[in-house]
Design a protein around this ligand. Structure first.
Ligand code: DGL
Length: 283
């Protein structure tokens, strides 16, 4: 199993998250790259993970489509009793999280965004690459992130059309994937970046390919930071008693609008959980 980098530190004020139900979703398999950190940060919580693989990739869809999918999945997770939702997808966060928060004002949503802030802290030269979907890089939310934290910096923004779709196929070391990773890494090498942000949750699933294509470049993904944030929010929910009454039998249930066997086989490898099962979720 490849663990997120870095693993979140457990804070000393321990809270048990028994009976807290956490909904997590992504356009597909990508959000699995956050599950190890989330489970580590929220011991005792139960998770329902929705992979919208029947409608992936989001990164080349329009806003209205992505928003409609996010709303439908949020409703499905609420029907399962979710107390909080992790939008484990940079694209969905960029396009839809404001509207989701507006539609469900009492439901805590945690989004993910490309790790520009940690990259700035980590980069000695300030030459930073950002790899993400075309929709994320074109979004107003991403532009404000750059304006707020990296105005005037030498960022190399690299959209990666087709990469999430190729990762969705599940062969995480295929020649096709290697080719795409090399193609999208070339401009970053050209710009001599020392730090590269994996700005799509699918990309940490193929971290070894990026490590090979970008030797010596520090790779940043935000699963640890997001999991720490989820823990802080969960502590508030537990202290205020705002959570489901009953715990689920399984600590992680996987749902997909695509092929359950496919999700199951990738999740079993990635999460090192050989008995994990996935179920079908209707549209
Ligand atoms: N995993 C998603 C993200 O973090 C999107 C991939 C896609 O569906 O295009 O952006």
């Amino acid at each position: 199993m490849t663990l997120p980098h870095p693993l979140p530190e457990q804070d000393p004020e321990l809270t048990t998250f028994n009976a807290l139900r956490v909904g997590v979703f992504d356009s597909g398999l990508g959000g699995l790259s956050m599950m190890a950190a989330l489970r580590h940060s929220l011991p005792g919580a139960t998770f329902h993970y929705v992979a919208d693989s029947g409608h992936a990739p989001y990164g080349e869809r329009d806003d209205a489509f992505i928003l409609a999918r996010c709303e439908a999945i949020t409703q499905a997770l609420l029907d399962m009793g979710a107390d909080m939702i992790v939008v484990a997808c940079n694209t969905a966060t960029a396009v839809a999280i404001r509207e989701l928060r507006h539609a469900w004002p009492r439901l805590p949503f945690i989004g993910v965004e490309p790790g520009i802030k940690p990259a700035i802290t980590l980069s000695p030269s300030g030459r930073i690459g950002v790899l993400a979907t075309p929709m994320t890089l074109a979004s107003a939310k991403f532009r404000s992130l750059v304006d707020a934290h990296a105005a005037g910096m030498a960022l190399t923004l690299q959209p990666c059309p087709g990469l999430a779709a190729e990762i969705e196929k599940g062969a995480l070391d295929s020649p096709a994937l290697r080719g795409l990773v090399q193609r999208f890494s070339a401009p970053l090498l050209q710009a001599d970046v020392d730090t590269a942000v994996l700005g799509c949750t699918h990309y940490p699933l193929i971290r070894p390919l990026f490590e090979a294509a970008l030797p010596g470049v520090r790779l940043v993904d935000t699963s640890g930071a997001v999991a720490r944030h989820a823990r802080r929010l969960a502590q508030v929910l537990v202290h205020t008693g705002e959570r489901s009454a009953a715990a689920d039998a399984a600590d992680l249930t996987l749902w997909t609008t695509g092929d359950p066997m496919h999700l199951q086989s990738v999740a079993r490898q990635w999460l090192d959980a050989p008995t994990l099962r996935a179920r079908a979720l209707g549209d």
